[in-house]
Design a protein around this ligand. Structure first.
Ligand SMILES: O=C(O)CCC(=O)C(=O)O
Ligand SMILES: [Fe+2]
Length: 316
């Protein structure tokens, strides 16, 4: 496969059974194959997207000392600011050429979880940054909930199978800034090849060149979305749960050609996580003679912690 298929979430939400089942078939097929899909008909308005870009550009343009004041020790970069070069892909020593911010869950009606998650960090310099981040988080979470409902049906589960696990889930909205490149990067890229940790990722900002996806032939193909589309991909948690029926595909963000070194890239992934108690044990009907069980039983919380250590964000 050399292109990323497109789907429209309005088909799933429509009360038209043919449109709904075609959506399920298309997204299920894409995720069993290339692991990526470009999705329109989501819940983000153009205005909200523009506001978020304006806010994050202003944030990353603040003096380094202001940004550093939002880098909180001891929480594995799970909220607030993570400085340039800190995160590296699994097995790689060079840090990625990026800095980023994390908005986390806005817990409702669950004091225990509100205690367990680190608090969101509030930016003082920008009056709209915090509220625009929160609104975007909620709209992406809502979009992801419907995508997971479609996948539940594709997997012959109850449509609402994931709902209880993602309510107040440990999801993260990560605006990323890849700054202009000023000198020849020694072996470092904007984002080295990796698979995402979580259930699914919804990515804003894949509209120019940069993001590449590895297909089954081992070739890197460009993943470019239309302005109204989010790029959505399967993460390792969903791949484990489905015994690799749904594919978490390796992807990367390459450095631009030298004439474009002077330009920043901004992208905004939303990593949809369940609550930590969700078991990621392979679903029974995904384990067959042809596809024997490939993964050990583990909970989402334990798995996340293992992976954050590999990324250099959490110390052992
Ligand atoms: O910047 C991008 O387009 C993708 C970033 C990404 O893959 C990630 O942060 O996991
Ligand atoms: Fe990724």
């Amino acid at each position: 496969m050399n292109a990323i298929p497109s789907v429209n979430l309005e088909d799933f939400i429509s009360n038209n059974p043919e449109r709904k089942s075609k959506f399920i078939q298309d997204i299920g097929g894409a995720f069993e194959n290339i692991g990526f899909v470009a999705l329109s008909g989501h819940f983000l308005s153009d205005e909200l997207v523009q506001q978020l870009y304006d806010e994050i550009k202003k944030f990353f343009a603040l003096p380094q000392s202001s940004k550093d004041s939002y880098e909180i020790q001891g929480i594995g970069g799970q909220r607030g600011y993570t400085s340039f070069g800190k995160e590296h892909a699994k097995g790689k020593k060079e840090g990625d050429l990026k800095e980023f911010w994390h908005f986390g869950q806005y817990v409702e009606e669950n004091p225990k979880l509100a205690q367990e998650y680190p608090a969101n960090v509030m930016v003082n310099e920008l009056s709209d940054f915090n509220s625009v981040g929160e609104e975007t988080y909620k709209m992406l979470e809502k979009t992801a909930k419907y995508v997971l409902r479609a996948l539940a049906l594709h997997l012959d589960l109850e449509e609402t199978y994931f709902d209880e696990w993602i309510k107040n889930g440990n999801s993260i909205l990560r605006p990323i800034h890849y700054p202009p490149i000023t000198k020849e990067p020694q072996n470092a890229v904007r984002a080295a090849a990796h698979g995402d940790i979580n259930l699914i990722t919804l990515l804003m900002g894949a509209h120019g060149k940069g993001l590449q996806v590895k297909n089954h032939e081992g070739e890197w193909i460009d993943a470019i979305a239309q302005p109204d589309q989010l790029m959505i991909n399967v993460g390792d948690m969903l791949s484990r749960l489905t015994n690799n029926q749904l594919k978490s595909t390796i992807h990367q963000v390459v450095n631009p050609p030298k004439e474009l070194w002077g330009t920043s890239r901004y992208s905004i992934p939303f990593f949809m996580h369940p609550v930590s108690e969700m078991p990621l044990n392979c679903l029974e009907h995904c384990v067959t003679n042809e596809n024997p069980k490939q993964f050990e039983d583990i909970s989402a919380g334990e798995y996340l912690n293992e992976r954050l250590i590999e990324l250099g964000l959490v110390k052992k």
